[in-house]
Design a protein around this ligand. Structure first.
Ligand code: ADE
Length: 255
């Protein structure tokens, strides 16, 4: 088994890449299609780490390469998302039970959101990977958060008692930053928890290749007028620690 781990922004994978280099003196880097694939072990398990870059095309291209060139047999995406559920607050974590492309619309040939010729709009995540990611996130929030992201830092971003949510994540090639857009998406996609720009592209490719996948997202904003504010600071001071903390626990538990 080889686990492929990808993210859209470098802060989300840098700590894991550093950990791989530290653990595995034989780890190698391969450049394919403008991306660096880090091949080695993490917690003793074969992994490939890569910065996919932002957007669905970037995520899809990277996922294909992970599967075809590097033999990834399982895929996990980690990153940030805008929280759009009633109770998804900044600092919470959303784990996808399914993903969907909210900007895919091939009407009148196919129903809205349906991927042409696949006869489905959403792609379920793998139950076992998702359960393991949930457990790792619960453990991280309960046992590691205080040290990983100290209370004064959390307070600066208004994060008090982060919760974990399981539900639908919608992806599109746009940053959502307006309450009207959120209201429209929520009305169109009941049960929607979070919006981001890659997960459903990974989901479609993994479906097409029969590879199990899971998606974990730290909520960085509420996809409203202030969604872009403090984005970089939140990423480096909060979300990067969530990504590496949760994935470390996830990998350690699989040994
Ligand atoms: N990733 C993090 N926040 C987001 C937002 N508001 N829209 C799309 N992708 C995001």
């Amino acid at each position: 088994m080889t686990l492929g781990i990808l993210a859209a922004i470098h802060d989300e994978v840098d700590a894991l890449i550093a950990a791989m280099r530290h653990e595995d003196a034989k780890a190698t880097v391969h450049r394919v299609g403008m991306r660096d694939y880090h091949v080695g072990t993490l917690h003793g398990q074969p992994c490939v780490l890569v910065l996919a870059r932002m957007g669905k095309v970037a995520a899809a291209a990277t996922t294909v390469t992970l599967i075809r060139e590097f033999g990834a047999s399982e895929i996990v995406f980690t990153g940030l998302a805008g929280g759009v559920g009633d109770a998804t607050h900044v600092g919470d974590v959303v784990i996808a039970d399914a993903t969907l492309q909210h900007d895919l619309d091939a009407r009148p040939f196919f129903p809205r959101h349906e991927v042409p010729l696949l006869e489905q709009a959403s792609f379920a995540t793998d139950a076992a990977l998702t359960a393991a990611l949930r457990q790792a996130t619960e453990d991280f929030l309960r046992l590691d958060l205080a040290e990983a992201v100290p209370a004064p830092v959390r307070a600066r971003f208004g994060v008090s008692a982060p919760a974990l949510h399981l539900g639908l994540i919608a992806s599109g090639d746009q940053f959502i930053g307006a309450p009207a857009a959120v209201a429209e998406l929520r009305a169109r996609l009941p049960g929607l928890q979070a919006v981001e720009m890659e997960g459903a592209a990974v989901g479609q490719v993994c479906h097409e290749y029969g590879v199990p996948y899971a998606v974990m997202r730290t909520i960085s904003d509420r996809a409203d007028d202030s969604a872009h504010v403090d984005f970089a600071a939140f990423l480096s001071e909060v979300a990067s620690h969530y990504s590496s903390g949760v994935l470390n626990r996830f990998l350690a538990a699989r040994r």
